[in-house]
Design a protein around this ligand. Sequence first.
Ligand SMILES: CC(C)(COP(=O)(O)OP(=O)(O)OC[C@H]1O[C@@H](n2cnc3c(N)ncnc32)[C@H](O)[C@@H]1OP(=O)(O)O)[C@@H](O)C(=O)NCCC(=O)NCCS
Length: 148
Amino acid sequence: MILEIKENKKKYLDLLLLADEQEDMVDRYLERGTMYILEEDGPKAVCVVTEEEDGVLEIKNLATHPDHHRKGYGRKIIDFVINTYWGKYDWLQVGTGDSPLTVPFYEKCGFVRSHRVKNFFTDNYDHPIFECGVQLVDMVYLRQPLKG
Ligand SMILES: CC(C)(COP(=O)(O)OP(=O)(O)OC[C@H]1O[C@@H](n2cnc3c(N)ncnc32)[C@H](O)[C@@H]1OP(=O)(O)O)[C@@H](O)C(=O)NCCC(=O)NCCS
């Protein structure tokens, strides 16, 4: 079951911080974003989307509880977002670090690389962010159409 969370979004901060480890960065989009939780015997995955310019819906945060990776929850929540917003925007976009933990996942879910924002992580976070031993520097954007 996937539920929209309208109040007390910080109740799920532990899940949100899995995808975005600095709380003040989460604060930049949490209130204006629409938040969904996938519940199956407790919360298993979170997703926050925001409306950006020019017909773009952006995934700002997406995480599956680490005990439940590779069980299809991430794909389920993305499919839900696609179905919910199909025809209402031109593109579904996501920005992520250039990391082997996330880019292959998004590609499996139908996203293709679009552009990058140079030095996003080094310019905006107060500490270096590492994934798989590699420091994240640029934000890589991937997208897929929300119109047929
Ligand atoms: C990225 C993340 C959300 C994936 O969630 P998940 O629930 O484990 O993903 P799913 O089980 O739905 O996987 C969907 C597909 O992607 C594949 N996949 C998932 N992670 C992968 C990885 N690191 N490398 C390659 N493929 C991967 C799965 O094998 C599956 O493919 P299949 O359907 O062909 O079997 C999860 O690893 C996570 O929460 N990571 C930490 C937070 C994070 O970095 N979020 C992204 C911030 S933008």
